[in-house]
Design a protein around this ligand. Structure first.
Ligand code: FEO
Length: 391
């Protein structure tokens, strides 16, 4: 089946129905690796697919043209879910000229060897296909330093690689076929787990794209956008600015139930102040789903018992992950119980501060919290709630 974005521009990607873990991020709905064929007098393939899906991509191309007719390959991004088929392309189509950003040049050589012939293009450079023009815009850190987008000006089609992607495997290819409500949670999860550290760079990229007329956006994962583009751009801008809602998230783990008692008392304080709150015990929860919640939530309360003078392992894993994702500007507090040695809350405070959060308080109890200490936990919840409302 041919999937046409505009007359002469085709999706030739692959659907990965069964991937459930994408470098540590759970992909309950699978994903797609999107590649696009742009046909002018010359023919360009924009991006490839993960290596095991090369055959599927080639089959898709074969429905449209003979693969030998491809003149150019544009590598928008080096990560191997998009460049992985490059060695197979070179083997199958040795005359294809390969274009990439300045930063991608070295990275591609590190991946596939120094002998790979590359043509470097910078922001504003164009590749004339004859009847169609590809314009390149570098968008560093969305998602790697090498990332760039390709724009087909005659058709107002933007091919931005990872930006605006979602990990969804589906037989539908376009946003209007699935609907905003279905796509939105996966768009948010993708942004939170992949793009969130680079809000400043996303804002720059959005600014760079503002001058372009865009009718179709073909990202490298998930659905192609043609109906919801205004909502999509507004949503990315909101996330990139770190805008959040008056809500809270309590994330914790517990050994003998004390930290959980604290969590429940904090929950009472927050909700009695009118703050919608969700609680997740990390054992049994999915970390990348929780991170999706962090994206739009203003308050984070993180709890851990002290184990061997440190943080409980599941909480340590979460706080390390959050530290890397840098959801700046959130209001935080940390809490936990300890036995004969403290340690967990101090480490958690440092991690959340390193993530760019304001940590209002640390609250610890020895062994099992008394009613009086649970009242203090409730008070902590109330104070965080007030601060959330005041922000
Ligand atoms: Fe879909 Fe950064 O790779």
């Amino acid at each position: 089946m041919k999937v046409e974005l505009k007359s002469g521009i085709y999706w030739v990607g692959a659907i990965d129905w069964n991937i459930r873990n994408f470098h540590g991020y759970t992909t309950h709905k699978g994903t797609t690796y999107n590649a696009y064929l742009v046909i002018g007098e010359k023919i360009a393939l924009v991006d490839t697919v993960k290596a095991p899906f090369f055959g599927e991509m080639l089959e898709g191309i074969n429905h449209i043209i003979a693969p030998e007719e491809i003149d150019y390959l544009v590598v928008n991004h080096v990560e191997m879910d998009h460049s992985g088929s490059l060695p197979l392309i070179r083997e199958t189509l040795p005359n294809v000229e390969i274009f990439c950003s300045p930063r991608a040049e070295g990275e591609l050589k590190e991946h596939y060897g120094d002998e790979i012939p590359l043509k470097v293009v910078k922001t504003g450079d164009v590749l004339e296909l004859g009847g169609r023009t590809l314009t390149f815009v570098e968008v560093p850190m969305v998602h790697w330093p090498d990332s760039m987008v390709t724009y087909v000006k005659e058709d107002k089609v933007l091919l931005p690689n990872d930006a605006f992607g979602q990990h969804i495997a589906s037989s539908e290819r376009f946003d209007d076929e699935l609907g905003w409500e279905t796509i939105y949670p996966e768009l948010a999860k993708y942004y939170a787990n992949i793009v969130m550290p680079y809000g400043a760079q996303v804002l720059k990229a959005l600014e760079a794209l503002k001058g372009l007329e865009i009718e179709v956006i073909g990202p490298s994962h998930g659905l192609i956008w043609r109906k919801y583009i205004p909502q999509l751009l507004a949503t990315y801008e909101r996330w990139a600015k770190g805008e959040t809602e008056e809500r809270a998230l309590i994330v914790y783990d517990t050994m003998w139930g004390s930290t959980e008692k604290m969590a429940r008392a904090i929950y009472r304080g927050l909700t009695e102040e009118g703050i919608p709150t969700k609680m997740y015990r990390l054992t049994g929860s999915d970390m990348s789903d929780i991170v999706k919640e962090v994206l739009e939530t203003r308050g984070l309360l993180l709890g851990s018992p002290t184990l061997n003078n440190g943080v409980f392992p599941t909480v340590a894993e979460f706080s390390t992950y959050i530290k890397g994702l840098r959801p700046k500007g959130r209001i935080a507090a940390v809490f936990g119980s300890y036995g004969w040695g403290k340690g967990a809350t101090k480490t958690l405070t440092a991690d959340l501060q390193a993530a760019g959060m304001e940590v209002l308080e640390e609250l610890q109890v020895n062994f099992v919290p008394s009613e009086e200490k649970l009242d203090r936990c409730e008070g902590l919840g109330r104070r965080v709630a007030q601060r959330i409302k005041a922000s």
